[in-house]
Structure formats: C-alpha cells, structure tokens
Design a protein around this ligand. Structure first.
Ligand code: BTN
Length: 325
C-alpha cells in the first residue's frame, strides 16, 4: 500500500494530493493514509503535509534505491521490473542465490547496507549504509555454462556506459573492475549455478562506491568513490542507467548471440589495452603487454619472450606497472 502511495505522490510531481483523494483512490481510511505516510517519512522520503492541501514531495525524492524511485523512469522490459530493496542485509548476492529459483528473470536485489559484502577471490567488500550501490541481478539465460563469464563483461560495459552517460569518465580494467582516475570505483562478482549443459541461474553482483569519503588503510591507495573524485551523481540515476544499458547488451548476447556492442565498449573504454601490466596468479607475477580483448572476451597479451597468450577471465588478477592500473 505504501508503495502505491509513493507512486501516486511521485506522479503528481510538484502538485499536492489531498488525504481524502488518496484514501478514495486506495480504498483505505485517512488514518490509514497517514500511517503509511509516516512510514514513508521514516524511510527517508521528504513528504510535505500542508493543512487543507494535502501531501507532496518537498524536494526531489531522496536518493533511496527503492522500487518506486528506480522504476519511475526505467525503460527496460524485464531487467529491474521487480526490485527488492533492503535497508540492510548480509550480502545481496547471497540473498539473490537463496531466492533465485522462485523469482523471475531480471529480479534486482538492492540494499542500502551490506554487513558481509563479498568481493572476488573471497575478499571482503566494504558496503556502508547509503554510501554506494550494492545490488545483484538474478538472470536465467538459456545458454550453455561456458558462455556465462561473458556476462561479467556485459555488466562492466553497462556500468561504464551508464556512468559516461552521466558525465563520469570511467574505464574498464578487464574483466571486472571499473576505474576512475586510476583507482577502482566499482567491482563485479558473477556467481553461477549450472548443470553440465545448462545454466540454472546467474547472480550478477555489482558494487559501486558513490559517496564513500574514507577508505580503510589497506585499500585507500587503490579505491575511490564518485563523490571523492568530485562527481555528485544520484544513485537512482546510476542504477536506472545501468539497468537500461545492461538489458540492451544482455538481450543482444543471450537472444541474438551478438557480442559486438559489448566488445566495442570494452575495447573503447579499456584501461589496460596497449599498456604493460602484471598478471598475478597466486604467487606468480608476470609482466606482459596487453594487446586486445578477443571475440570470446578473453585478454590477449604478449609475453616478454614475444609469444602471445590468451587469458580467460577469473583465472588471474591484473595490476598496472606503476599502481593499480
Ligand atoms: C570485486 O571487485 O571484488 C567484486 C565486488 C562485488 C561487490 C558486490 S556489492 C553487491 C554484491 N553483493 C556482494 O556481496 N558482492 C557484490
């Protein structure tokens, strides 16, 4: 019910809607309307109540990552049409995996805070309340499991495209980091549930540092946020843009078997193509020159002995010669 109320208020824009009108439209008492308005205010919506006029949003809705705020202007067919929003949760990826079987393709889980946010290779992902975008998308593509890793590249391409649409010039550090001013602002964690011949579901986790101003000592040299770099962008606008961009590239891949646009974006916005980089694999560290991303989405590198090698995502980590990139 409160979701319906905020939707009506959002649609009214700057105009007031009376308590009486709301109670008529929704078939509940005025006291019931007031109770829901109170809850919405507690959730962070800045709703103004004026005697004899009614209710309206006092300012642009706060940047809460709720279904109503995101879906208000969303252009997708199925990605993000169902959004489950939490104030806090252990990990959106873990929750998405638990509910994946019973939820529809494209369901998005977002939390304002994660208490056990997970990064790649068993690392921790710092996810403080309201500081960033911590979200997971449940996907049920009809593809063979070996085709799943490419979806990480689609996610990277859509984050970079979305941020560039909003005026933030970011790059992709293949395969799953997004870079701003040589530091990481976003990472992707793709988890697959599959049988030998078919994918059951994929949970695509995205973490984006938006408002974080301080990072712990272990990561402060390699991590940053949009606000820290001077970009005050709304989290709702970012999520909406990502979902729009992601759906387009995802449908191209899983329905039309086309990787063209994703590869184009990954190459055009690459932070490492043409550069000398280190490939880290366990305790091994090898300097190579990064040449390209091939049709399979794998990295093509030239070794010191001039031989060419193809690297699959998930196999290794990449570092720049001078720093993180
Ligand atoms: C990485 O760069 O190591 C990947 C980070 C992925 C973090 C996101 S935040 C939302 C989702 N839930 C998690 O627990 N992790 C991913």
């Amino acid at each position: 019910m409160k979701n319906k109320i905020i939707e009506i208020i959002l649609n009214k824009g700057n105009e007031f809607i009376s308590g009486e009108e709301l109670s008529k439209q929704l078939g509940i008492s005025r006291a019931g309307v007031w109770k829901h308005i109170k809850t919405l205010k507690e959730e962070g919506y800045n709703i103004e109540s004026v005697n004899k006029k009614g209710y309206r949003l006092a300012e642009k809705p706060v940047d809460l990552l709720t279904h109503q705020n995101i879906c208000h202007d969303l252009n997708t067919k199925f990605i993000g049409r169902n959004i489950i929003h939490f104030q806090t949760i252990d990990s959106t990826n873990d929750y998405a995996k638990k509910i994946a079987n019973e939820k529809e393709d494209g369901t998005v889980i977002i939390s304002e805070e994660q208490t056990k946010g997970k990064g790649r290779l068993g690392r921790q992902w710092h996810s403080k309340s309201h500081d960033g975008i911590w979200m997971s998308i449940i996907l049920k593509p009809d593809i063979m499991p070996y085709k799943a890793p490419f979806i990480t590249l689609i996610a990277g391409a859509s984050i970079v495209k979305a941020l560039n649409n909003l005026g933030v010039k970011t790059l992709i550090k293949w395969p799953n980091d997004i870079i701003l001013n040589n530091k990481k602002i976003s990472g992707i964690l793709t988890e697959l549930s599959a049988e030998i011949e078919r994918v059951n579901h994929i949970v695509l986790g995205m973490g984006i540092n938006v408002k974080t101003m301080e990072f712990s000592q272990e990561i402060c040299d390699i991590a940053t946020s949009l606000y820290k770099e001077g970009y005050k962008v709304s989290r709702v606008d970012i999520v909406r843009n990502i979902l729009d961009e992601f759906e387009r590239l995802y449908i191209d891949y899983v329905k039309n078997n086309s990787k063209e646009e994703t590869l184009k974006i990954c190459r055009q916005y690459s932070a490492i193509i043409g550069k000398d980089i280190y490939i880290l694999n366990g305790d091994n560290k090898e300097q190579v020159k990064c040449l390209d991303i091939n049709e399979d989405g794998n990295l093509i590198v030239e070794k010191q002995d001039k031989t060419i090698r193809e690297i699959m995502s998930g196999e290794v980590s990449i570092r720049g010669i001078k720093g993180y990139v």
